[in-house]
Design a protein around this ligand. Structure first.
Ligand SMILES: Nc1ncnc2c1ncn2[C@@H]1O[C@H](COP(=O)(O)OP(=O)(O)OP(=O)(O)O)[C@@H](O)[C@H]1O
Length: 462
């Protein structure tokens, strides 16, 4: 393995790395930094926790220090928390050269951000939506002279879906110069390679970790098979167990919706577990405050939706629990990648219900590794089943008495109007879709019942 000086970094930058506990380059840094310093576009696909952020921060700072001006570099990332985390790495590593960064994300004051942009910071780290708003609404800043355009979690930025960045990326790509270096990084880059190559302006240097297995070997990947109705009791049992045996461990629990996140957090707090939540229906200041409390271990348990599944680097996280089995293998890869980072060990446990078996097979196929069963005394879980389900119901009722659902509805309608859709037409379409789905589900259940009756009939005649 080479060292940072042979990769072309100046002494001042190597010293800064040492201060951050970074002495030897990781594989992705060793392979991607030289072509970036040579001026090439680069696409880097490396496992979670392998140092992809520094793989672009270091060469950008190296180049910036040779010819400092603003705005030199634009970094795009899918979430607000990631933007702050990346900006922090630029700030710490770029301190000796007086790096000036600027964070442009939603949920924060636009006027303050516009003023910061007009001062020509060296590095802008942004989520696409808010930056596109600034480009559309003001001419007090320009990104026409940037040397670097970086897409962190690039596949997420380009995927179509609930948070679709496409329109915003079009606005941003029209505002940046064609003559630039484009750097794309993610742990799950390969499945959108073609779209990504379109973003990179010239023949990009492409590097992907050679390992067959997509998750790190220090990660002990487990599952628990549980009926849907008993899942929460298993979760409470696991948290109680970890709190009894390792009270210094931090635990991240992922679930599929903001509402579930809110209810599970209320339920855990009811059982006096030090728990906070992170989801997109929370006010931005609350999101940052909760993340800070979790990072500083004031709270040991964070329950989050997939807004926290990518990129977040929290060294104290020893356990990741999937309260729901992720629908896509790459969501699984990013969620469990919140632990076992930078060579440390970690555990992930996925709660798998009777409806999720096919999802686990798809995940195992993608990561090229098998999940092992996590042993649990089922009778211990059944002892708390009623208590947990009553607690959950009480939390659901309490949440229903707040305006949580209205807020969710308002957010949804606002998002649709922003996308040029008619919320009422969409609601009608959704209702029709739901009707079809429920008829399909009933049909499937009838088939399964018939098969079970037939099997039962055959067995009774044997
Ligand atoms: N060369 C290095 N040696 C030791 N630690 C490093 C090195 N480079 C980065 N790190 C540390 O490793 C941790 C993970 O780095 P980083 O967050 O960049 O990972 P990542 O590859 O971007 O992960 P993800 O895919 O989850 O976003 C960070 O705490 C970072 O400071």
């Amino acid at each position: 393995m080479s060292d940072f000086s042979s990769l072309g970094l100046s002494d001042w930058l190597i010293q800064q790395c040492k201060q951050m506990g970074i002495s030897k380059p990781t594989q992705v840094q060793e392979n991607c930094m030289p072509p970036i310093l040579e001026g090439r576009d680069c696409m880097g696909c490396a496992k979670t926790g392998s140092g992809k952020t520094a793989a672009f921060v270091l060469p950008v700072l190296q180049k910036l220090s040779e010819d400092p001006y603003g705005i030199f570099c634009l970094v795009l990332t899918p979430t607000r928390e990631l933007a702050y985390q990346i900006a922090e790495q630029f700030r710490v590593l770029g301190k000796p050269m007086g790096l000036r960064d600027c964070i442009i994300v939603g949920g924060m004051d636009m006027i303050t951000q516009a003023l910061e942009l007009s001062k020509k910071p060296h590095v802008v780290v942004a989520t696409p939506g808010r930056l596109a708003d600034h480009i559309r609404s003001s001419d007090t800043f320009s990104i026409k002279k940037i040397q670097f355009l970086i897409l962190d979690e690039a596949d997420r930025l380009l995927e179509q879906g609930c948070t679709d960045f496409t329109k915003d990326l079009e606005v941003i790509l029209a505002a940046v110069p064609a003559k630039r270096q484009t750097l794309l990084f993610s742990a799950t880059l390969t499945d959108t390679l073609q779209e990504l190559k379109g973003i990179a302006m010239n023949r990009p240097f492409f590097w992907e970790s050679k390992s067959e297995v997509r998750t790190v070997e220090e990660l002990d990947q487990r599952y628990i098979l549980t009926p849907e109705k008993v899942k929460d009791a298993y979760l409470v049992h696991l948290i109680q167990k970890f709190q009894d045996e390792h009270d210094d461990w931090s635990i991240m629990i992922f679930t599929n919706t903001c509402k579930n996140c809110q209810i599970l957090t209320m339920m855990m707090q009811k059982f006096n577990f030090p728990t906070i939540s992170l989801h997109s229906m929370m006010k931005q200041k609350q999101r940052f405050a909760n993340l800070a409390k979790f990072k500083s271990s004031v709270f040991k348990i964070l329950i989050a939706t997939d807004v926290a599944s990518r990129g977040l680097d929290i060294p104290t996280v020893q356990v990741v629990i999937n309260h729901n089995t992720p629908g896509l293998p790459k969501i699984y890869i990013h969620r469990v990648g919140r632990t076992a980072r930078a060579g440390r060990h970690g555990v992930s446990i996925t709660l798998v219900t009777q409806y999720d078996i096919h999802l686990v097979h798809s995940i195992e196929g993608q990561i090229q590794a098998k999940l092992k069963e996590y042993p649990v005394e089922e009778k211990e879980v059944l002892k708390i089943l009623t208590q947990v389900n009553v607690a959950r119901r009480e939390c659901e009722i309490k949440l229903e008495s707040t305006d949580f659902d209205e807020k969710k509805e308002i957010n949804k309608r606002k998002q649709m109007i922003l996308e040029g859709k008619d919320p009422d037409v969409e609601a009608k379409r959704k209702a029709e879709l739901e009707k079809i789905r429920s008829e399909k589900r009933k049909f499937k259940e009838r088939i399964q019942e018939t098969i079970q009756k037939k099997q039962h009939g055959i067995q009774s005649r044997l």
